[in-house]
Design a protein around this ligand. Sequence first.
Ligand SMILES: *Cc1c(COP(=O)(O)O)cnc(C)c1O
Length: 407
Amino acid sequence: MYPESLMMSYGYKPELSEGAIKCPIFQTSTFVFKSAKEGKDFFELAYGKREKTPGEQPGLIYSRLNNPDLQILEERLSLWDGADECAVFESGMSAISTVLLEFLRPGDALLYSMPVYGGTDHFINKVLPQYGIKGVGFTSDDSEEEILRKVAGLSIKLIYVETPANPTNALFDLFLCRRVADRLSKEDAKVYVAVDNTYMGPLWQHPLKQGSDLVIYSATKYIGGHSDLIAGAVLGSTELMKRVRTLRTFLGNMAGPWTGWLLMRSLETLKVRMTQQASNAKEVADFLLAHPKVEKVYYLGHLKESDSQYTIYRRQLSSPGAMVSFDIKGGEQEAFAFLDSLKLFKLAVSLGGTESLAEHPATMTHSDVSEEDRDLLRISEKLIRLSIGVEHYEDLIWDIKQALDQV
Ligand SMILES: *Cc1c(COP(=O)(O)O)cnc(C)c1O
């Protein structure tokens, strides 16, 4: 069956919860063992002291290790990406930082796509260097050979890719990243590819099927979808997820049961929400393209066959998504006048929620990115980022039109 058909029931057994049709919130820190022997068995398995016996399910011990709300959520999330396993975190940043800390060691280097989410950029360029780990960026214009030249002599252990990139929608070729990873891999040290799929997933892009090893989400965005929670997720093979899950257990940065429950509720409407958001985004992007006060629109649905990014778009994505950025004619003053005049759109960072949001990357989400990188990546003072929600598109266009009239 399709994932959307399974989001209401998969992994949940009503008979274990008094017949409740919905999974209750297991608001509990610890779980009672039936016997001391059972407690011993559960721990042996949880701490990897023995392999699972055929058909054995890991027992519930303590909510930092596992909780039914997280476990069922993780099983449901895995369906969209076709992953062996998933681990849910208390934020997208904790998912990202846990992956970076697990797969990098002092002396290693990280190859990463630019631009990345502002918090990720900070972690790579300000936190990891304190642990002796160097980040090397590449852009969507760099060829395979150019990327390899940049990292010559470095001990690359991980390639981290965010595609489409926030806030410009620049696309990175995941197959190219896989080839680079394979060329840099040594017999005893495989180079892994991790993809931040927050912008497109889990509906419109499936990096694990395109050769990547790990998929990461800020579940705060489309997966949560209602701007009412912070969470993250990592998905991949059993082998790699065992490492991610173990570090999560000891950093203690798993999501709590209440967040897990909210995310299960969100997943039931994921497909209808995202589909409506993408359809609204197309109307908004087309309107912006035709407006005289708009200089340039960054929307994947406008890529032409002659654009170098078009091939990647067709091969990697099944939708242009619901994020639209544009350059307004002028600079910060005009951008601010527009943002301050919006009535239905809310002026806020974040994205992927049911309500439409607008923000100014250069002074908000990406103000921490160096000026040099901002120039290189076209994150200028004219750039405005829109996250399109589920409202009626005619009201969204009305709002944008009246705000542009105020500029
Ligand atoms: C929001 C976001 C993050 C960080 O996630 P949090 O849930 O805020 O910690 C990471 N990557 C992308 C692309 C994001 O949009």
